[in-house]
Design a protein. Structure first.
Length: 592
């Protein structure tokens, strides 16, 4: 027997040999391999002969089989490594905040990451092998097809497109196509990288709008300042006429002067609105408990809203939420927002006012141009017609309105914007056409302060009958506008004082030093030259501590290199002012 036990495997060796002999006697080709105890692999091949019998060949295939095993092992290892590499690639591409794909000419998708597939409503497995129109849709494909064609021509291409989101908003995407080129210049396909740039677009629009609003605000503030000077002239002369002739001819007074005074006061109110937008209006901040203020506003609104509109309040947490603000301006802002919501719901709907606290993180704060930190958030929501993107971008511009001519001044939202900026907060608008609008007012929380008494919010525009008069005291009036100076000098004289006028700061300095009988100084803040009214007041005060000094301005939130008008330590009269305000201020600075 030509084999040792074990060479044919386990079991009965005689039985195995007998069975193989029987197969061989049937004269059919046969092949098998056996491993010898020493590890040698023998290939046995039997070939039948035509005349009977067969030829058996024994071949040592040990090295061949070992090379094959090594090759198979290498293939398996490389297959595992390739699979691992693909798994890693899939893990990375599926978690990158981008849409990634590969398109072969056609275009036909050969690869897509999870975000790309889900973005267009497919699974990763189903997207492979499908054409461009099948994946992205016919309409979008027609828009991007020229860019794909350029990529298949060997050009790197970048483009942007917009797509409607399920919530009705707009998503902006920026895509880059990179051609897959061979060394000889043939294009095999193109890699696709798409990023959601909606937030970037929003930030760019917010920054642009902020810069635009800042520029408009400066222009508006300057116009309001000049307009206030004109109103000062008008109001001063009209009040003088009313005092001189009102008692003589009451009918003429009622017929001519009273309407003119009312018109002048309306003009003053208009400049207050403009200055609120430009953050130049004087405010009276108080620590205010907000839920009580909102409740008071809702009481007013209940009598002003039609029955078709349901007003709901969410007063916030049980703990009081306070902010340091001008309560009158906040009430005005809420009323403006509520009336805008009313106009957006001509067929009725729901108006909701809610109060809560919110911690604003840095990314949101940068978008809204505010300081990160805790804020009181007042939301005013309606179920009305909503706003499109163009309207949202322009809604804070002075005189911009979507209402019919004559039904709105276009200053309501600009006043809200100006008040919120002046209060150190921000205003955010979320709106979708047909789905209503939510406006959030963010106010810095007041820490460690008790809510103060409520202001009645009334301005000192009404002419006071019983006003204090002087007794001939000398007042130095510093005003560069000759017309304004003439009117104010006349008013001061009528109040019982003696007046001397200086046209600029240098002249005023000399007069203050040369007139020991001088009892008070009333100076405009904004003047030509290097010295403004605030600097002048401080210089005079340093030289003559006995003098009372007051300032006046048509731009009450004026800020210069040496300070601010609303925090300067001197009484400040906002132009235009009436005799009552002027009289009390002069009495204040001369009673020393």
């Amino acid at each position: 027997m030509n084999a040792e036990r074990g060479e044919y495997g386990p079991g009965d060796i005689e039985g195995k040999i007998q069975r193989r002999l029987e197969r061989a006697q049937q004269f059919v080709p046969h092949y098998f391999e056996r491993v010898r105890p020493n590890g040698q692999i023998i290939a046995v091949s039997g070939t039948p002969l035509p005349q009977g019998g067969f030829v058996t060949t024994y071949t040592d295939v040990t090295e061949t089989r070992r090379r094959q095993e090594k090759l198979e092992q290498t293939v398996q290892e490389r297959t595992r490594a390739l699979q691992q590499s693909e798994d890693w690639l899939r893990l990375v591409t599926d978690n990158i905040p981008a849409l990634i794909a590969y398109m072969a000419p056609g275009p036909v998708f050969r690869f897509a990451n999870r975000r790309y597939a889900e973005w267009f409503g497919h699974s990763v497995a189903s997207i492979v092998g499908r054409t461009g129109p099948e994946v992205v849709g016919e309409e979008l494909f027609r828009e991007i097809e020229p860019h794909i064609a350029k990529a298949f021509e060997g050009n790197a291409v970048s483009y942007e497109y917009a797509r409607k989101a399920p919530d009705g908003g707009t998503v902006h995407m920026r895509s880059t196509l990179i051609p897959d080129m061979t060394k000889d210049g043939r294009t095999l396909g193109a890699f696709v990288l798409s990023l959601d740039v909606s937030e970037q677009k929003q930030n760019e629009a917010t920054l642009l709008q902020s810069q635009r609003m800042d520029a408009v605000g400066k222009l508006t503030g300057g116009l309001a300042h000049d307009f206030n000077n004109l109103l000062t002239i008008l109001m001063g002369n009209l009040l003088s006429l009313s005092r001189k002739h009102g008692a003589v001819d009451a009918l003429e007074m009622e017929k001519h002067l009273t309407p003119m005074l009312k018109a002048t006061r309306r003009g003053s109110d208009l400049t207050h609105r403009l200055l609120a937008f430009s953050r130049g209006e004087t405010v009276t901040p108080q620590t205010v408990e907000l839920s009580g203020l909102i409740a008071n506003v809702s009481t007013l609104l209940n009598g002003s809203l039609p029955a078709s509109i349901t007003l709901t309040l969410e007063p916030g947490a049980s703990r009081p939420i306070t902010a340091k603000i001008d309560p009158t301006q906040l009430e005005t802002a809420l009323v403006n927002l509520a009336f805008n919501a009313r106009d957006a719901m001509p067929d009725g709907g729901t108006l909701a006012i809610a109060l809560h606290t919110q911690n604003i993180e840095k990314p949101v704060a940068e978008t809204l141009d505010m300081v990160p930190g805790p804020y009181a958030a007042i939301t005013v929501s309606d179920s009305g017609v909503g706003m499109d993107e163009v309207t949202k971008l322009r809604v804070f511009e002075p005189f911009f309105t979507t209402k019919t001519f004559g039904t709105g001044s276009g200053l309501g939202m600009s006043m809200v914007y100006g008040f919120m900026k002046q209060a150190g907060g921000a205003v955010d608008i979320q709106s979708t056409p047909g789905r209503g609008t939510t406006i959030t007012l963010y106010l810095p929380l007041a820490r460690g302060a008790k809510a103060g008494p409520r202001s009645d919010g009334r301005s000192d525009l009404a002419e006071m009958v019983d006003v204090p008069h002087g007794a001939g005291e000398l007042i130095l009036l510093v005003e560069d506008d000759a017309d304004v100076a003439a009117v104010l000098a006349s008013q001061i004289t009528e109040l019982g004082y003696t007046v001397m006028v200086a046209e600029d700061a240098e002249d005023a300095r000399h007069l203050a030093a040369d007139l020991p009988e001088l009892r008070g100084v009333l100076s405009d803040i904004v003047m030509p030259g290097q010295i403004n009214g605030l600097t002048l007041a401080r210089d005079i005060k340093a030289a003559r501590a006995d003098l009372g000094i007051a300032l006046m301005t048509g731009y009450a939130n004026w800020t210069g290199a040496d300070g601010r008008a609303d925090d300067c330590g001197f009484p400040v009269l906002p132009k235009p002012f009436e005799s009552g305000s002027l009289a009390r201020t002069l009495k204040q600075i001369t009673d020393r």
